[in-house]
Design a protein around this ligand. Sequence first.
Ligand SMILES: Cc1ncc(COP(=O)(O)O)c(C=O)c1O
Length: 447
Amino acid sequence: MTSSNDKSAPHGPLNVDWSTDSIVAKRDKYYAASQRAFVPYKKPLIPKRGQGQYLWDECDNKYLDMLGMNLCISVGHAHPTVVQAVKDQVEDLPHCTTMFYHPVPAHFAEELTATMPKGEDWVVHFMNSGAEAADLALLMARSYTGNVDFLALQNAYHGATFGAQSLTGISGFRHNVPLMGGIHHVPNPDAYRGAHGDNPQAYLDDLDRAITTSTPGHLAGMIVEPIQGYGGIVSIGDEYIRGAFDRVRAAGGLCVVDEVQSGFGRTGDNFWAFEHAGVTPDIVIMAKGIGNGIPLAAVVSKREVAEALADKFYFNTYGANPVACAAGRAVLQVIREEGLQQNAKDVGADLLAVAQDLQQKHAIIGDVRGQGLMLAIELVRDRKTKEPAVEETAAVFEATREMGLIMSKSGAYKNVLRMVPPLCIQKHDVEFFAGAIEKSFATALDS
Ligand SMILES: Cc1ncc(COP(=O)(O)O)c(C=O)c1O
């Protein structure tokens, strides 16, 4: 008889069938279309294990992971410090409802608020996904201000729940149902493709016009990604952020920053991307890399903003889960002790230089952009008309995989190759990347 605290698995390990055909067949048969549809490669990719910035598939092919599982892997696949923190906590107590007290989420809340700008009284609400965080931010802003109207940017991605989807400004993610009212999308500053090019003032004029024409004149708030991620690594720029904050606050609204992709040192210069603009938001939402692959998200807000919800329950069953928060604490520790923000800046600069060099050689590359480890290469058929090179991007993308790279196709037209690797990527990886991406362009386009 096995005692309840015997740590060996009393029933033996669960059987996992790693044969390629069986994995594909089971997924196709049992996944709902809503979860099955998002498949980037022609031939399914089946990652089996990861270490640091590398991945191996089920046939033991090795890849340099330039996607970090959609930026969830911040400090590296299976980082030993995170693994140990998770193991220790899951063996002690896998969950503690937020109705009870537990030190691990409380420590993490303290440590997370310490990363925020000084001089404010910050508080944290933990949950499981970025979309949940976007929903709560919207609710907080509306509850605190008593206003309804809320602004978001075109080309933004904030998640898939009804609230987050209503904030999202990319049609491929907006379903054909009545989404939430009172949300207005304004043109996103986009130096390469935007109607006003690199002219922040013109986009701020659009914002003014939207407030005076599409809203009652008073706002609940506005949400921005400092660098739009799924939108194709489009920086909205410091001047725009500062100008938008001024206008939103003048209309009585709160300023919400979505750091789900850009946070945790990824941009290199700052821990939070908004810091670059010298602003202090009222609410910040974060997810993905916060847990290095363990489901976790948070809304960090000024205390008085969060207090607007004090007299109603807002309960996320797995919110503040101690295993996830243990992972979160370990992530902060690793970023600090391994100097990963500085690494993002240094290695990011090298990767950007490789991409710029590639642009010199290939006319199809219309734009290369980004900051730290949020980088993009945009492919166009003609540098003047900027016609998106959609099929060509798909061909290069498929080739990168054959060359040992995992990248992503993004942007409204799927003509942007996005590079957002784990923050632990090293300088020697850049050399491998340079060779592999060069060969990918050559084999996909020169034949
Ligand atoms: C900027 C941004 N915000 C919010 C979300 C939603 O996060 P989740 O998928 O965890 O709900 C995402 C997801 O990709 C994102 O990129």
